[in-house]
Design a protein around this ligand. Structure first.
Ligand SMILES: Nc1ncnc2c1ncn2[C@@H]1O[C@H](COP(=O)(O)OP(=O)(O)OP(=O)(O)O)[C@@H](O)[C@H]1O
Ligand SMILES: [Mg+2]
Length: 238
C-alpha cells in the first residue's frame, strides 16, 4: 500500500496544496513551523478519522477560513482508494465518493504508523500511552476492535455513574456485578486482540533489533495486562 497524493484545502496553514508522493520513501524537509507535521496530520486524519494532535477539530481549519478539506488517494493491493475529509460545522468523510456514516468505515482502508519524537513516551511514560499506541494500530487491522473499545468505555462510564448512585442514593451495591461481568467479558476480548498484535510484531521487532545491534541484543515485547487480576478478583467474590 502507498499514498499517491494528498490535496489540502484550508487545512492548517495550507490554503490550497497538492502533494504527490513516491511509492517508496519520501522525505519532507523544511524550516520550523513550515507545515511538515501538518502534512502528516492530514494523512493521519484520512486514515484514522481524527487527529493525533488535537481533539478540537476546528483547529484543523485554517484560521481565516470556514472549512477545511483533505483528499487522499492511495493504492492498496490492486485498487485505488480515495478518502475525502471535510470539516465545517461537523466532520464528514467519504470513501471513493460514497459518504460514510461511521468513522470506523475508514479504519483499515489505509494502514499507517506514526512515530514522532514524542512517541518515545510509549516506552518511557505510563501504560495509557502504550495502550493508546496499541489501540491505534489494532483498530486499523481489526475495525471491530473500535466497537469493543467504545463499548468498554461506555460501560466504565455507566459503572462510575452507578458508583455515585450507590454513595448518594443508596442503590444496592450488588448490582455492580452487571457491569463487572461486562467489563470482564469485553475486556477479555480486547486483551486477546492486543495479545495477538504483540505476538505478531514480536518476531519482527526481535529480528530488527538483533540486526541493528550486530547480533548482540535480543529483545522481546510482552503484554502484561491486569485483566487476569480482574478475573481473579471476580472469581474470589463468587
Ligand atoms: N488552524 C491553523 N490555521 C493557520 N495556520 C495554522 C493552523 N494551525 C497551525 N498553523 C500553522 O502551522 C504551522 C505549524 O506547522 P507544523 O507543525 O506542521 O510545522 P513543522 O514544519 O512540523 O515544524 P517543526 O519543524 O517545528 O516540527 C505554524 O506556522 C502554525 O501557525
Ligand atoms: Mg513538526
Amino acid at each position: 500500500m502507498y499514498i499517491n497524493k494528498i490535496k489540502l484545502e484550508n487545512f492548517r496553514n495550507y490554503e490550497k496544496e497538492e502533494i504527490e508522493f513516491d511509492k517508496n520513501v519520501n522525505i519532507i524537509y523544511g524550516d520550523n513551523a513550515q507545515g511538515k507535521t501538518n502534512i502528516l496530520e492530514s494523512i493521519f486524519v484520512c486514515s484514522l478519522g481524527k487527529s493525533f494532535r488535537t481533539n478540537k477539530e476546528k483547529e484543523l481549519i485554517n484560521k481565516e477560513k470556514e472549512y477545511a478539506k483533505v483528499e487522499m488517494t492511495s493504492f492498496k493491493k490492486d485498487r485505488n482508494i480515495k478518502i475525502n475529509f471535510e470539516i465545517k460545522e461537523k466532520k464528514k468523510f467519504s470513501i471513493n465518493g460514497i459518504p460514510s456514516k461511521k468513522i470506523s468505515d475508514i479504519l483499515g482502508k489505509n494502514y499507517i504508523v506514526l512515530f514522532t519524537p514524542e512517541d518515545i513516551s510509549i516506552l518511557k511514560n505510563e501504560p495509557s500511552k502504550r495502550r493508546r499506541f496499541l489501540n491505534i494500530m489494532i483498530s486499523q487491522l481489526r475495525p471491530i476492535y473500535v466497537h469493543l473499545l467504545n463499548q468498554y468505555n461506555k460501560i466504565i462510564e455507566q459503572r462510575n455513574i452507578y458508583l455515585k448512585q450507590i454513595k448518594y442514593e443508596g442503590k444496592p451495591i450488588e448490582n455492580l456485578e452487571i457491569w463487572d461481568e461486562q467489563i470482564v467479558e469485553i475486556g477479555t476480548k480486547i486483551y486477546k486482540y492486543r495479545k495477538e498484535f504483540i505476538e505478531k510484531i514480536n518476531k519482527k521487532i526481535f529480528d530488527i533489533h538483533l540486526k541493528t545491534t550486530g547480533n548482540k541484543e535480543k529483545i522481546r515485547v510482552k503484554y502484561i495486562s491486569n485483566i487476569r487480576k480482574q478475573l481473579f478478583r471476580k472469581f474470589e467474590k463468587k
